[in-house]
Every structure is written in structure tokens, then in C-alpha cells.
Design a protein around this ligand. Structure first.
Ligand code: SF4
Length: 185
């Protein structure tokens, strides 16, 4: 790695939290979970052109128990919502959620009764990625930004407290389709 050449006297001081964050950010395994057109762009990040394997993440896990990143790629129907939640619950801790695209983040153009108006009503979202669909480069950028937040994440009970707060706020939020649109009348 060349790290030893950068260290002047051969030892390194850090905190357990920082070390755990560094290791976690470099060992994310995404769950195989594509829902609609955005999933095609998600698949593209694993190809030779975009090469997600640079971050050690090219193998999307077939079992949620072996995954710690859920990329919600596409619109979430009400019928799919409990399945999505079950997959999330089965993923190993600590875990993260990336809402990819307008549909996953807010329901997108599907402002109707069949589509969940933002996946944060179902699972706690760590990062939102805009676009319809977002380009593979945008997904890579979101993943790198997520890496940065994982690196600085709190450990143990602190993280659980943050998750509980985010989840409670999301579940009590007003669905997007009930929020009046400014200038609509
Ligand atoms: S954001 Fe656009 S590309 Fe992605 S699932 Fe929705 S309609 Fe499809």
C-alpha cells in the first residue's frame, strides 16, 4: 500500500472510531436490489467503463445477510414496500441506504396512490441522489460521498440513536403528494 513509507517512525495513532470508519468505508457490499429503469444505470457502474471494483464493491450480494448497502434504484410500489423493508431488516448491521433517482427519493413523476412518495417512509435513507435517471458517474459520486460520511460515522449506541431519530422523522413526515405545490392554484 505504500503506507509505511508515508509514516516517519513506523507507528500510527488513531481512535477506534476512526479506524472502524476507515475499514467500513472500504468494505461496502451492495445488495442486489433493482426496481426500475434506474437499476440499469446502477448495473452500469460495475462494467469495465465505470469500474466500481476500484472501491472493492463490484460484487452485488445475492443475500441481504452479506450486504450492508441498499441502493434503492427505481420507484417503490406500495406492494413492494414491505418486501423492501424485509430485505433491509435482513441486512447485516451497520447498514446504509442510498435512494437513487427521483422516484426512490420522492416518488418522482409518479405522484399517485400506487407509488411510495419517497423510500424514506419505509427505511432510513443516508444519501439521496437526484436525476431521472442519474448517470453512473453520479452514482459513483454519491457512493464516494457516502464513503466520506461512513468514515466519520459514530460507533455503537451513537449510530443506533441516529438511525432511530432519522427513522422516526421519516415516518412522521407528510407524504410528498399531500404537500401543497407552491403556485399551483
Ligand atoms: S427516476 Fe427516472 S429512471 Fe429512475 S426509476 Fe424513476 S423514471 Fe426510471
Amino acid at each position: 500500500m505504500g503506507l509505511e513509507e508515508k509514516l516517519p517512525s513506523g507507528f500510527l495513532l488513531t481512535t477506534v472510531e476512526k479506524l472502524a470508519g476507515y475499514i467500513r468505508k472500504n468494505s461496502l457490499w451492495p445488495a442486489t436490489f433493482g426496481l426500475a429503469c434506474c437499476a440499469i444505470e446502477m448495473m452500469a457502474v460495475t462494467t469495465a467503463r465505470h469500474d466500481l471494483s476500484r472501491f472493492g464493491m463490484e460484487v452485488f450480494r445475492g443475500s441481504p445477510r452479506q450486504a450492508d448497502l441498499m441502493i434503492v434504484a427505481g420507484r417503490v410500489s406500495n406492494k413492494m414496500a414491505p418486501v423492501l423493508r424485509q430485505v433491509y431488516d435482513q441486512m447485516s448491521e451497520p447498514k446504509w441506504v442510498l435512494a437513487m433517482g427521483a422516484c426512490a427519493s420522492s416518488g418522482g413523476m409518479f405522484n399517485n396512490y400506487a407509488i411510495v412518495q419517497g423510500v424514506d417512509h419505509i427505511v432510513p435513507v443516508d444519501i439521496y441522489l437526484p436525476g431521472c435517471p442519474p448517470r453512473p458517474e453520479m452514482l459513483m459520486d454519491a457512493i464516494i460521498k457516502l464513503h466520506e460520511s461512513i468514515k466519520d460515522a459514530k460507533l455503537g449506541v451513537n449510530r443506533e440513536k441516529v438511525i432511530r431519530e432519522v427513522e422516526a422523522a421519516a415516518l412522521s413526515a407528510k407524504p410528498t403528494h399531500q404537500i401543497p405545490v407552491f403556485g399551483a392554484n
